[in-house]
Design a protein around this ligand. Structure first.
Ligand SMILES: C[S@@+](CC[C@H](N)C(=O)[O-])C[C@H]1O[C@@H](n2cnc3c(N)ncnc32)[C@H](O)[C@@H]1O
Length: 267
């Protein structure tokens, strides 16, 4: 099965171009969070991520590639003044929206414009917890980002991240249909190809962003190289009740769409 037509080598996409795409898409993407987290974040991803993050009271938290800041606000809602959250994103528009949406939020919450792989405003070992929600696959220099998480986390600190599951979403994946157009399954191919595809992260969006596909061993290798041990791995899926209430889910995303990982910084 051929890779998607738009697939190309990661070296053919510059970091600046990848970030510029997100800058153009920021307003449209943030609009999906107008009433709170969009559907998949609200019902599947965030509950799992928050469970793995645990109690953040008394902690300094980095929300890397924070987008419009919904997770940071949720953490403040949970921990009040007893948490310090720093949201970071490379998109200026995303950070402007995050600041606007957080203006009325009482708590120690700050947003910064920065590349995930260059967190120069933060000193070493300043965070207890880091989180990166649905963004590492959008970041060209994921190894640099993981290195910066390791540098800014205290020893023993935890890093929780979520991904579009790289074993399910591959450069050759897509729905299989019969002659009538009825969905019969989900094809996975091109898993080991390290490449970039461009597309719309949400149906209905105009602007496209890059997805950097890497097999799991690349993420595991980068984590190990920077002193992380994986302590939990989850593959959250919609509950039976959620599927019964939303029949469209069966044809929206395939089963096993998300991966959530918790690591501890050992050394
Ligand atoms: C799919 S969005 C996820 C946003 C947010 N974490 C959420 O769950 O809603 C990916 C985010 O990664 C950000 N991003 C992409 N490349 C980045 C980079 N090199 N450094 C920092 N942020 C980056 C984008 O601007 C965007 O806000």
């Amino acid at each position: 099965m051929p890779l998607q037509e738009s697939a190309c080598k990661p070296e053919n996409v510059s970091n600046e171009d990848a970030i510029a795409c997100w800058e153009r898409a920021a307003g449209e993407f943030a609009a999906f969070f107008a009433e709170g987290p969009e559907f998949w974040h609200a019902h599947v991803i965030n509950p799992c991520l928050l469970d793995l993050l645990g109690d953040v009271r008394g902690k300094a938290v980095l929300d890397l590639a924070c987008g419009e800041g919904h997770l940071a606000r949720e953490l403040v809602a949970r921990a009040g003044d007893d948490v310090e959250i720093h949201g970071v994103d490379a998109s200026q528009t995303m950070i402007r929206i995050a600041r606007e949406k957080s203006a009325g939020v009482a708590g120690r919450l700050a947003f910064h414009i920065a590349d995930a792989a260059a967190l120069t405003t933060f000193p070493p070992a300043c965070f207890d917890v880091a989180v990166c929600n649905m963004a590492l696959m959008d970041i060209k220099d994921y190894r640099g980002a993981i290195a910066e998480v390791a540098r800014t986390l205290k020893q023993g600190g935890i890093f929780v991240f979520s991904l579009l599951h790289p074993c399910i979403f591959t450069p050759g994946s897509g729905w299989l249909t019969d002659d009538d157009g009825t969905i019969t399954g989900w094809r996975v191919d091109g898993y080991t190809a390290r490449c970039v595809t461009k597309g719309r992260v949400k149906r209905g969006m105009t602007f496209q962003t890059y997805n950097f596909h890497r097999p799991l061993e690349d993420y595991a290798g980068a984590l190990a190289d920077h002193g992380f041990a994986i302590t939990a791995m989850r593959e959250p899926a919609p509950s039976d009740d959620l599927v019964a209430a939303n029949p469209r889910l069966a044809h929206d995303l395939p089963q096993g769409s998300f991966l959530v990982v918790r690591c501890a910084r050992l050394g």
